[in-house]
Design a protein around this ligand. Sequence first.
Ligand code: GAR
Length: 190
Amino acid sequence: MSATPKIAVFASGSGSNFQAIYDAMKAGDLTGSIALVVTDKPNAFVVERASIAGIETLAIKPANYPSKEAYEHVILQKLSELQVEWIILAGYMRLIGDVLLEAYPNRIINIHPSLLPSFPGKDAIGQAMAHGVKVTGVTVHYVDAGMDTGPILAQAAVTVVDGDREKTEARIHEVEHELYTKTLNQLFSL
Ligand code: GAR
């Protein structure tokens, strides 16, 4: 691996984790560079963030391709062109398929807003609050074919603010931004 790894960030939403990674790299707190943002939602706010940061975006809808394989082949082509070494999922709400898993073994990382294996899938924060848990958290893990499965790299606990989703979510995001950059730094320096 190169001394400053080239990464692609995959995101489907606001992109605050993309922003945290970008800012940490810019500040010199995280080694590496973002070569590409990939999104399945061309209208997602992450596209605007990437444009402000001057980072190329590949915005493509899976529905426009005959299969997941065909969709991922288009992504893989671009990743290869740009010599991307790591795929970093940051709110990418889609399962990664065989094409990318085989091209990037142990090189795809995800962040999830719960203490996995609790509350995988969509709206993990809502699931945790509906369950009435007092402590939830954040997990960074290697990606495999499952939904928010794969070996865990790091976790951090977050206390739920009783009945207040907004405050709980804000706390989780704050912890995510810190934990993701710290964990990626450790991974990239191995
Ligand atoms: C983050 O909370 C991330 O952990 C979650 O989506 C949010 C994206 O926020 N990911 C998942 O739920 C993956 N299963 P962001 O767009 O502001 O980075």
